[in-house]
Design a protein around this ligand. Structure first.
Ligand SMILES: [Zn+2]
Length: 241
């Protein structure tokens, strides 16, 4: 039996958030034939080593590595608030793309932009179905929303499910390595007495994180997700035992 193909929208505050949190899942969904769109609410700037042009080139390169569409909205890094203008901008994208599943930031996060992005993604999902509102497209309510976990808070996430990304870990890392202007601060720990270069640090960081979640479900690598709503299953065929 053919699996049903979905339309999937992943909404990040900044270019690279989606890749960091669920790049393996994005690649897996895409190669299974689902339509996948990444929305970045801000262009990610300003950052210490970036520019609008550099960030745009990097994020487009990352989308190419994952084989997905991407749209970057015009809001500014560091000053993202859950307000009417942003809700409507994201709701417009939801109405036009009509995703079956939305992925958004987990609300508990140290980065205020991630907190805002989480709240306003949920609000925009609701705005999508409103009538008498100046939004393009037809009224639409995305049936599912899942949260991905960002990395700005030292919490131990309690996910509702993890997706096996053992075959996608390298493509996830490749997509992240497109962001050459970023990740100067990541994981400066010294392993085995040898300081690592930036690319090694990104690779080490991602593998360490995703190996932990893989270990929890009995695979090499996995990505964790939270569902604010009860998940229903029509059968147990895809559950890893
Ligand atoms: Zn971010």
């Amino acid at each position: 039996m053919m699996n049903k193909l979905h339309r999937i929208m992943a909404i990040g505050a900044h270019p690279d958030d989606v890749e960091f949190s669920m790049g393996g899942t994005i690649s897996k969904l895409r190669s299974s034939g689902h339509e996948v769109m990444i929305i970045d609410i801000t262009d990610g700037e300003p950052t210490p080593h970036g520019s609008k042009e550099i960030r745009n080139n990097e994020s487009m390169e990352a989308a190419k590595v994952l084989g997905v569409e991407r749209k970057t909205l015009h809001f500014q890094n560091r000053f993202l608030f859950d307000d009417i203008e942003v809700r409507k901008s994201v709701a417009a994208e939801i109405r036009l793309f009509r995703p079956d599943i939305i992925f958004a930031h987990y609300p508990l996060d140290a980065h205020p932009d991630h907190q805002s992005a989480s709240q306003l993604s949920m609000a925009a999902r609701f705005y999508g179905k409103l009538s008498y509102i100046d939004l393009p497209g037809e009224r639409y309510f995305a049936p599912r929303i899942f949260y991905f976990f960002s990395v700005h808070l030292r919490i131990s996430p309690q996910p509702d499910f993890c997706l096996d990304i053992s075959n996608e870990i390298d493509i996830k890392i490749n997509s992240l390595l497109s962001y050459k202007s970023q990740f100067h601060e990541i994981n400066k720990s010294i392993r085995g007495g040898q300081e690592m270069g930036k690319e090694e640090r990104v690779t080490d960081f991602i593998k360490t994180q995703n190996a932990y979640w893989g270990n929890r479900i009995g695979t090499a690598f996995a990505e964790p997700f939270y569902s604010p709503e009860i998940l229903g299953f029509s059968n147990l065929n895809s559950i890893l035992l």
